[in-house]
Design a protein around this ligand. Structure first.
Ligand SMILES: *Cc1c(COP(=O)(O)O)cnc(C)c1O
Length: 374
């Protein structure tokens, strides 16, 4: 019932014929660990089934997954369209590629779909989006993004980390490649770093070549840990999403809160899209802007006790962070303003704890912050 961990960097064969056969299977074979290995394959197949993808490839981090997908499908002289709201690490990748590889990119605002098409050029190869975005939870209509991309013969790539592979199936809405930071909901326990790229085998072939050339392959121990985590993903997602919706609704009327960002709230501008394209709730991520600006945000994070102060998301334990000081520090104040990220924003990743404990902690921290900043 549990996939054996095969700690073997190489595999021995009784004949050349048997070796040829294993080699021909590529990432599905057992030939040499960098090509792919049985513990990893078991996990990749389970993850592909969850995401309803033909094929999946795992990587030792989300950024290894995203950068391998970009390297596989964008060459020097070609162009990428991405969002102003893109994850900071992906933004750094776009800039690194522009400096070192000679690709170019343009950013569009997730909140203004009418402006996206203007960014497309004859040499555009990828339209890269996230939905919901991190940390302000903008929703991208994936079917609309896909039809736009395909009209320009461009691939739609979707970073599905925030929704999780259960919470949303971008491939069903027309996406060509889906990426995950498996460090987040997939791993789910704050104890590993991993990433994934999923989609049709014809698109994954080039990504596998990049993985084989550069060598970012998760080891058998990590592959086993990720597969085990997948077995409880539905339970973790159900509890975290229910907790997040409950807390977002209550925070929306808290006197210490100026604004709540959560796609599960009817007043959220992306609520209709979320209802259409998200499943099993609206994700574990929400953001609050306490009254009193950046000073109050710092006071809230410092006062929280059950919710811990750490920069990640999608785990069993609730975490708070200040995007302006962690995940979106690379954007600078100007970039954050363009992306619509307030300086005094507190991002909350809701876990599976008793929601009454979480509410008591948030309520106490918000009241304390209000007292300090008045
Ligand atoms: C964390 C994260 C990444 C990067 O993943 P790592 O596993 O840290 O490399 C990419 N995209 C999103 C949306 C993330 O939250």
């Amino acid at each position: 019932m549990s996939t054996p961990i095969q700690h073997s960097s190489t595999f021995a064969f009784p004949s050349l014929e048997a070796m040829d056969a294993a080699q021909a299977l590529g990432p599905a074979g057992a030939y040499y660990q960098r090509i792919g290995h049985p513990t990893l394959r078991a996990c990749e197949e389970r993850l592909a089934a969850l995401e309803e993808a033909e094929m999946g490839l795992l990587f030792p981090s989300g950024m290894a997954a995203i950068s391998s997908a970009f390297l596989a499908h964008v060459q020097s002289g070609e162009h990428i369209v991405a969002l102003h709201q893109t994850y900071g690490g992906t933004r750094a990748l776009l800039e690194w590629g522009a400096e070192r590889l000679g690709w170019t990119f343009d950013l569009v605002d997730a909140r203004e779909p009418g402006t996206w098409e203007r960014a497309f050029r004859a040499n555009t190869r990828i339209f890269h989006v996230e939905s919901p975005t991190n940390p302000t939870l903008c929703l991208v209509d994936l079917a609309h993004a896909a039809s736009l991309a395909h009209r320009h013969r461009v691939l739609l790539t979707v970073d599905n980390t925030v929704a999780s592979p259960l919470g949303q199936h971008p491939l069903a809405h027309g996406a060509d490649l889906v990426m995950h930071s498996a460090t987040k909901s997939i791993g789910g326990h704050g104890d590993l770093l991993a990433g994934a790229v999923l989609g049709a085998a014809t698109r994954l072939e080039a990504v596998w070549r990049v993985r084989t050339v550069f060598g970012p392959v998760p080891d058998p121990g990590v592959a086993w840990q990720i597969e085990r985590s997948l077995k409880t993903l539905p339970l973790r997602i159900a509890q975290a999403n229910a907790n997040a919706l409950d807390l977002a609704s209550r925070l929306a009327t808290h006197p210490g809160v100026a604004r709540v960002f959560y796609p599960g709230l009817p007043e959220h501008p992306g609520h209709e899209i979320a209802l259409r394209q998200m499943r099993h709730g609206f994700g574990p991520l929400l953001a609050v802007e306490p009254r009193g600006g950046a000073g109050a945000a710092v006071a809230v994070v410092d006062a929280l006790r059950v919710v811990r102060h750490a920069p990640s998301l999608g785990g069993v334990e609730s975490l708070a962070s200040l995007p302006a000081r962690t995940s979106h520090i690379q954007l600078g104040e100007d970039g954050r303003r363009r992306a619509g990220i307030p300086e005094g924003l507190v991002r909350l990743s809701i876990g599976i704890e008793d929601v009454a404990d979480l509410w008591a902690d948030l309520d106490r921290a918000l009241k304390l912050a209000a007292a300090v900043t008045v």
